[in-house]
Write a protein that binds this ligand. Sequence first.
Ligand code: NAG
Ligand code: NAG
Ligand code: NAG
Ligand code: NAG
Ligand code: NAG
Ligand code: NAG
Length: 507
Amino acid sequence: MDALIFLRVLVVYSCFIVSQGLKPPKIKPFHFSGELNVGLRTVVMCAVIDGSPPFDFQWLKDSRPLTSSGGRFSVESFNEFTSILTISDLDSESNGNYTCRVSNSAGSDEKSDSLNMRGFRTPTIKPFNFSGVLSEGRRTAVMCVVTDGDVPFTFSWFKDGKPLQSEEGHFSIQLFDEFTSILTIKKLDSDSNGNYTCRVTNSVGSDEKSDILIMRGNAKENPFIKAMAGIYFYIAVVLIHSAAIEGSKPPRIKPFNFSGELSQGLRTAVMCVIIDGDRPFDFIWFKDGAPLVPQEGHFSVESVNKFTSILTIEHLNSDSNGNYSCRVTNSVGSDQKSDVLMMKGEIYLLSLRDIRRNLFPFGESSGICNNFNMAMHLFICFLVAIFMQIHLVEGLKPPKIMPFHFSGELNEGLRVAVMCVIIDGDRPLDFKWFKDGDLLSPEKSHFSVQIFNEFTSILTIEQLSADSNGNYTCRVTNSAGSDEKSDVLTMKGETWNINRLRHKGIV
Ligand SMILES: *[C@@H]1O[C@H](CO)[C@@H](O)[C@H](O)[C@H]1NC(C)=O
Ligand SMILES: *[C@@H]1O[C@H](CO)[C@@H](O)[C@H](O)[C@H]1NC(C)=O
Ligand SMILES: *[C@@H]1O[C@H](CO)[C@@H](O)[C@H](O)[C@H]1NC(C)=O
Ligand SMILES: *[C@@H]1O[C@H](CO)[C@@H](O)[C@H](O)[C@H]1NC(C)=O
Ligand SMILES: *[C@@H]1O[C@H](CO)[C@@H](O)[C@H](O)[C@H]1NC(C)=O
Ligand SMILES: *[C@@H]1O[C@H](CO)[C@@H](O)[C@H](O)[C@H]1NC(C)=O
C-alpha cells in the first residue's frame, strides 16, 4: 500500500516537474525605430525572454507568412532564443504589420509592430463627375485618378456603400495603370442611380471621392410609367433599327473636366468617353487646336477600350496649360469636347507661346517665311526673327521659385535633400546653389546638385556634419530676371556642438 502511495506521489510529482519545465514562450516586444527611408535597411529582433526550448520562430507580414521575395527579407537565428529579421531596400511596399510568432510544445506567443516609413504620402484622388447626358440605355464611365501619393495603391469602388464588382453586361472595373481605375456602367437603367465612391488605399492611408448618379426621368417607382416606357422603348428600338438601315449614328462624347488639384509636378488625366454612336471610332486629341503628339514622360494617350481614350499629363508644368480637345469621328459624323487646363497661379499665354514655337527655328518653318525667294526669304526672316526676339524677351516671364525647407530629422551622418522648383517663368533657366553666399561647387565632396528636370534642381547633402550648417540659397535666372529662396540648415543642438568640438580637437 505504501509503495502504491509512493508511486502515485512520484507520478504526480514528476508530472508537476514536466509541466513546470515546459513553459510556453514569452517574447519581448520589438519596434521598428530609427531612420526608415527609401533604400535603407532596417533590422528587428524577436527575443524569447521566458519559456523552454526548443522554439519554433515564424515571421508574418500583415498576417501572411513572410516569403523571401526578391531577397528583400532575410531571417536569421542568432541563437536558440533570438531571431533577427532584416528588411533591405525599404520602399512603400515594405510598410505593413510585422509579427513574430514563437511556439514550443507548451504554447505560443506573438508580438507585432507596424512599419510605417515616414515621408510616404497618402493618396489623393481627383474628384470625379458623372456628367453629360445620362439616360436609359446609354453608357457612362468615370475615372478615379490618384494625383498624389506613393504606390502601390488598392482601388475599391462602392455603390451606396456596398462594394462594387465587375458584372458581366452591367459594370466593368478596369485598372488602367497603377494610378487610375475606371468604372464603366455599360447600360444605364433606373438601377444605376446611386452614390458611387472610389476609395484608394496605400500603406499609409486612404482617400475617397464620391459622386451621385441620377438619370433623368427615373421611371423606377411607377409600374404604369414603366410599362409605357417599355412600349416607347420598343417603338424606339424599331425606329432606331430602321434608322440603322439607312446609316449608323454619329458619335457623342461625354464632356470631360480637368478638375481637382492642378499644381506643378502633379499628374492629371482626363477621359474621353463615347456615350453614343456606332463603331468604328477614330480618336484624336488636340491641344490649342494642334494635334497632340504623345511625348515620353509628358503626354500619353491610351485607349482603354473601343469607347474610351485617356490623355495623361505626367508632370504638370507651365507648358501644360492650354485648351485640350478630344475629337471622335466615325463614318457618319464627329463630335468634339474641350476643356481648358489652367494650373493655379498660371497665366494663359497661348498666343505668345505659339508664336515662339512656330517661328524658331525658322529653318524648318512652314509658316510666314516660306513663300519668298531665297534672298528675300532670308532677309525678311532675319528681320522678323530679330523683331520677335525683342518682343519675346519682353514677354518672357521671370522665374518664381517655390520656397524650400530643410525638414525632418537632421542628425550627424544622415542624408538630406532639398528641391528648388520653378513654379512660374520661361525657359531656359539657369540654377545656382549658394551656401552662406558662396557658390556651391558639386565637386566639394559631400554635396551633389542634380537637375531633375528643366524646372527642378535637387541639392543633396550626402552626410550631415557640423560643417553642413549654413544658409543655403537657390538662385534661378532666365533672360527676363531671377529669383532666389533660402533656408538655414541647423543640425540639432547637441550633436552639433560635440561634433564641432571634436572637429577642433577639443574632445
Ligand atoms: C498586426 O497583426 C497582429 C497579428 O496578425 C494583430 O493582432 C494586430 O492587431 C495587428 N496590428 C495592427 C496595428 O494592425
Ligand atoms: C460635377 O458637375 C456638376 C455639373 O455638371 C457641377 O455642378 C459640379 O461642381 C461638378 N463637380 C466636380 C467635382 O467637378
Ligand atoms: C456618398 O457616399 C459617401 C461615402 O459613403 C458619403 O461620404 C457621402 O456623404 C455620400 N453622399 C451622399 C449625398 O449621400
Ligand atoms: C468642370 O468643373 C468645374 C468645377 O470643378 C465646373 O464649374 C464645370 O461646370 C465643370 N464642367 C463640366 C463640363 O462638368
Ligand atoms: C477650345 O477649343 C475648342 C475647339 O478648338 C473651341 O471650340 C473652344 O471655344 C476653345 N475654348 C476656349 C476657352 O478657348
Ligand atoms: C540667407 O541668405 C539670403 C541670401 O544671401 C539672405 O537674403 C537671407 O537673409 C539669409 N538668411 C539668414 C537667416 O541669414
